[in-house]
Unconditional design. Structure first.
Length: 82
């Protein structure tokens, strides 16, 4: 992977200006632009997956609580005399 990145950087020596929203990087190699793009995408993907995971864990916690209440109710019903 590093070898591919180094080869890409060597063969693509084009210089660009990066507008990152909070700062401007002038005369940056295009390989840096790709690295920044991939890093931002990686962080965005990580945040998205983390939010989905937190949502699933929260739902699991709620379902376990409901299951426990249902089991208690079932045990109470079983103890009732016929």
């Amino acid at each position: 992977m590093v070898m591919m990145a180094a080869t890409f950087a060597y063969h693509n020596s084009l210089v660009v200006t990066l507008y990152l929203g909070f700062m401007v990087v002038e005369d940056a190699p295009i390989s840096l632009a790709f690295i920044v793009t991939f890093a931002i995408g990686w962080v965005a993907g990580l945040l998205t997956v983390s939010l989905a995971l937190l949502r699933v864990l929260s739902e699991r916690r709620k379902l376990r609580r409901k299951l426990k209440l249902a089991e208690v109710e079932l045990n109470n019903i079983r103890r009732l005399p016929l």
